[in-house]
Write a protein of this length. Structure first.
Length: 355
């Protein structure tokens, strides 16, 4: 089950598309005045943003409209801001992971690596060109997420709160990415508590907590409800990340859009790995996990060990537990029934993707 498919199409989603379309049209016009190369970069960035299910704008709009908000133009700007933020993080994440493909097609870095290769550059130099273009494109998406939010017409206090929410999303995601990198330097696997904190920082804040809280704040919700939605988003996001890490190892490439041994080659610190690192089976795979030269056969062997050791079952159960925690936050009398009905399936879908 796809988590995006469970969110009904809220009012204002077409306005989000209009905001993004007008934004890129204006940006392309500005870029064309600089030169065809820069225009091409903006066209690539626009293509990277197009075609998504708009999960984060859907959360913004759902919270906003179901809490009584009526200014869809402003809500659409907030939703588009979170969509650009998502685009920025995807592009930067691919650079960090040294990935050149997403969803089966070249990503920003992959496209510019190909351009460099066609120009006759050596492989290492072409890789550098690709990653450099990815950093620049991600920076453009990130900075313009703030610009879109600046255009929201609302009370000054509300505007400050929206900026705080977006800033916290950026701050937390950067912290999560850094802690993930830092963990790779440690000789031992981090404790589960640290891994789940990284999951919350990297995923929950910008994908669940921030959009829901921004929609609620824009609608004029009181702080206790805003906090409650943040708590739901925190646990739903952790469940989502645990499930995503499972898919990164056991999911099909056609479904995830990325190779299913990339996380194993990287030695990504996940709940899956935290479990097996404390068991005797770790000795069988520790020399393989994190090896850039890992073969497909070796990846299959690691997967069998993770399965037989109980790591896969444990992680799936942990995702279910966090999804249940998320749903319990919705039982609060603070959450209107309509919003509860929309959000409850989201928590379930976070883990159903692994089945």
């Amino acid at each position: 089950m796809n988590i995006d498919d469970l969110l009904v199409e809220p009012d204002g989603l077409e306005q989000v598309e209009d905001v993004l379309r007008c934004f890129f049209e204006r940006s392309r016009q500005r870029a064309a005045a600089v030169g065809p190369g820069y225009l091409g970069l903006w066209e690539t960035l626009e293509a990277c943003t197009a075609g998504g299910k708009r999960f984060r704008p859907r959360l913004v709009l759902s919270a906003y409209s179901l809490l009584g908000g009526t200014d869809l133009a402003s809500a659409a700007l907030v939703g588009a801001s979170f969509e650009l933020l998502h685009t920025a993080f995807i592009i930067h994440d691919d650079v960090i992971d040294r990935d050149f493909v997403r969803r089966g097609v070249p990503n920003v870095s992959g496209r510019y690596r190909a351009v460099a290769r066609d120009a006759g550059m050596a492989p290492a130099a072409a890789d550098h060109i690709g990653f450099s273009a990815g950093v620049i494109a991600g920076d453009l998406a990130l900075s313009n997420a703030y610009r879109l939010l600046d255009r929201v017409h609302t009370a000054p206090a509300t505007h400050r709160r929206l900026n705080e929410i977006l800033d916290e999303a950026v701050f937390a995601s950067a912290a999560g990415e850094y802690l993930d990198i830092e963990a790779m330097l440690a000789p031992r696997m981090p404790p589960l508590e640290d891994i789940l904190n990284m999951a919350r920082l990297k995923t929950s804040v910008y994908s669940f907590e921030g959009p829901l809280q921004a929609g609620a704040v824009l609608a004029g919700a009181e702080d206790p409800l805003v906090d409650c939605l943040g708590e739901f988003g925190r646990d739903a996001g952790i469940a989502f990340q645990i499930a995503d890490d499972l898919l990164g190892v056991f999911g099909s490439e056609s479904r995830t859009g990325k190779t299913n041994w990339g996380d194993l080659r990287e030695g990504k610190r996940t709940a899956l790995m935290s479990f097996v690192a404390d068991r005797p089976e770790w000795e069988e795979i520790s020399s393989l996990v994190g090896s850039p030269a890992m073969s497909a056969a070796e990846a299959d062997y690691v997967r069998r060990v993770l399965e037989d050791s109980g790591a896969r079952e444990y992680s799936a159960g942990l995702a279910v537990d966090y999804a249940s925690r998320a749903r319990r936050h919705l039982d609060s009398d603070l959450v209107p029934r309509g919003l509860r009905d929309v959000l409850q399936p989201v928590a379930s879908a976070a883990v159903d993707r692994t089945r």
